[in-house]
Design a protein. Structure first.
Length: 323
């Protein structure tokens, strides 16, 4: 039985690696031709050095030295099912020599990788096969779907395969779920008093890398700082902080329900905490207001001309409603 499990592990990696033979980054592939302008997917045939994958060491043991229960538990940890909505950011971890497959439930329209020298991507049906080209680093990945929907990933290259995954299955989009709010609020941005809506701010948050690469957005106008911190105490994941030249500040985040019961969220109770001070955002967008136990929702907040330095450490909290 132990030998069969180990053979299954080898076959799993082999089947994923075999899919690397298909390269949809080739400009002859109509699926991605529209995404190959400028620097987007500008390296259709990156040179990948074929090397033997390093041995998998788990708790100080080689994979073939594990007991049946230990090996089965390890295999189960390499496959993950996630629920991810439009605009929601997920963190992925990949290890050199071990491809990561992302299987979607909807057809893939295209994708955009932040650093094509760090991660090579190929497509097979509704799967994207990711393979690291370096031993360390991180970058972002946007995957585009029909209906102007996107899924966003931040990828970390881990030296230890024990921290990485081999297969991720993404559940279908929920009906009518979107990060984009239907209510519009105007802000004055820039010296020309250009009027921007919350929806356009959301578009910048969702497509920042793509807009910068196309040249339609300049970092001097909107700068982005990666946070990527998680609070196990409050359930918040902090993704990016966006600083607009007009003084507007935006923060993208996610919140996980740590309670054993379903929670109905109220956007008006979200606060930015700095020390003992609490600041009320001008606008909050959440893609899901009712969150089941262990479930997650993502979104962003906007503060126009915050009365504090954006460089100050902060945290997000929910203000307790009055009973």
């Amino acid at each position: 039985m132990k030998r069969k499990l180990f053979v299954f592990l080898i076959l799993l990696f082999a089947s994923i690696a075999k899919s690397q033979q298909i390269d949809p980054l080739d400009s002859r592939n109509a699926l991605n031709a529209s995404f190959q302008n400028g620097n987007i997917n500008s390296n259709p045939s990156p040179q990948i050095a074929e090397e033997d994958a390093p041995p998998v060491i788990i708790n100080g043991k080689k994979a073939e030295e594990l007991s049946e229960d230990e090996l089965l538990q390890f295999l189960q940890q390499k496959v993950k099912m996630i629920h991810q909505e439009d605009g929601q950011v997920e963190i992925l971890r990949i290890s050199p020599g071990y491809p990561l497959a992302i299987e979607f439930s909807e057809p893939i329209v295209g994708w955009e990788i932040g650093d094509s020298k760090l991660i090579h991507i190929s497509k097979q049906g509704v799967k994207l096969i990711l393979r690291s080209l370096d031993t360390t680093g991180d970058t972002s990945l946007l995957v585009f779907f029909q209906g102007n929907r996107t899924r966003i990933y931040h990828i970390f290259v881990e030296a230890d395969f024990q921290k990485a995954l081999s297969l991720i299955r993404v559940s279908p989009f929920s009906k009518n779920s979107s990060l984009m709010p239907t209510q519009l609020v105007t802000y004055s941005i820039g010296t020309e008093e250009y009027i921007s809506s919350v929806k356009s701010v959301a578009q910048i948050i969702t497509n920042y890398d793509l807009l910068v690469r196309e040249g339609s957005l300049k970092p001097m106008d909107v700068s982005r700082m990666a946070i990527f911190k998680r609070s196990k105490l409050t359930g918040f994941d902090y993704y990016y902080l966006y600083r607009f030249s007009s003084g507007l500040l935006a923060i993208s985040f996610a919140w996980k329900n740590l309670y054993p019961y379903r929670v109905r969220l109220d956007e008006s109770t979200l606060r930015v905490a700095i020390g003992q001070s609490r600041f009320i955002p001008d606008y909050v967008s959440l893609n899901k207001l009712i969150v089941p136990p262990g479930g997650m929702t993502s979104g962003f907040l906007i503060i126009s001309n915050p009365p504090y330095s954006p460089d100050q450490p902060f945290s997000l909290i929910w203000k307790e409603s009055k009973k």
